[in-house]
Design a protein. Structure first.
Length: 201
C-alpha cells in the first residue's frame, strides 16, 4: 500500500495502516494516536511523532524526524534532514547511521543510536538529555552540550564548526575542532587527543 501525499494519523484512523509500505509526503502522528505500521519502509518527507509510533520496517526518512512521544524505529538507517528528540521523548533507532542535518536531543529525552556515524549539521544536547554515540566519527557543524546534559562519543574525531560545552562531554578520540572552543567554568570536557582548534579558546 502506497500513500501519495501527506498522511495524518489520529485515534480514529490509527488502525488502518497495517499494510502501508510508503508515504511520499510527510507523516504526522497525533499526540493521542498509537501507530503500528509494520510494513512501512519509506517516508519521503518529514516524520513527526507526538504520539506513539512503532515502525519496525522503516529504513529512510527523506526529510526531518521529530519525536515528542515514543518511537521505535528498529530498521531506520538514514534521516535526510534534521532529527530532534524533545521533552521526555524516547527514540530507539539501533541501525541509524546517518543524519543529514542537525541532531538535537533536548529536555529529558533519550536517543538510542548505537550505530550512528555521521551528523551532517550541528549536534546539540540540552537540558538533562543524554546521548551515547559509541560509533559517531564526524559532526559537520557545531557541537553543543548544555545544562546537565551528557554526551559520550568515544570515536568522534572531527567537529567542523565550534565546540561549546556547558555540561559533560567525553570525547576520547577528538582531534580537530574547526571553529572556536568554549568550556564553561563548571563544565567537564575530556578530549585527551585534541590537537587543532581553528578559532579561539
Amino acid at each position: 500500500m502506497k500513500h501519495i501525499g501527506n498522511l495524518e494519523i489520529n485515534e480514529k484512523n490509527q488502525d488502518q495502516f497495517k499494510k502501508l509500505k510508503e508515504v511520499t509526503g510527510y507523516l504526522y502522528v497525533d499526540g493521542s494516536a498509537k501507530l503500528d505500521a509494520p510494513k512501512l519502509e519509506t517516508v519521503g518527507g518529514d516524520l513527526c511523532a507526538y504520539g506513539s509510533a512503532k515502525l519496525d520496517a522503516l529504513e529512510t526518512v527523506g526529510g526531518y524526524l521529530y519525536v515528542d512521544g515514543s518511537a521505535k524505529l528498529d530498521a531506520l538507517e538514514t534521516v535526510g534532514g534534521y532529527l530532534r528528540a524533545y521533552g521526555s521523548a524516547k527514540l530507539d533507532a539501533p541501525k541509524l547511521e546517518t543524519v543529514g542535518g542537525d541532531l538535537c536531543v533536548d529536555g529529558s529525552a533519550k536517543l538510542d543510536a548505537p550505530k550512528l556515524e555521521t551528523v551532517g549539521g550541528d549536534l546539540c544536547v540540552y537540558g538533562s538529555a543524554k546521548l551515547d554515540a559509541p560509533k559517531l566519527e564526524t559532526v559537520g557543524g557545531d557541537l553543543c552540550v548544555y545544562g546537565s546534559a551528557k554526551l559520550d562519543a568515544p570515536k568522534l574525531e572531527t567537529v567542523g564548526g565550534y565546540l561549546c560545552v556547558d555540561g559533560s562531554a567525553k570525547l576520547d578520540a577528538l582531534e580537530t575542532v574547526g571553529g572556536y572552543l568554549y568550556v564553561d567554568g563548571s563544565a567537564k570536557l575530556d578530549a585527551p587527543k585534541l590537537e587543532t582548534v581553528g578559532g579561539y579558546l
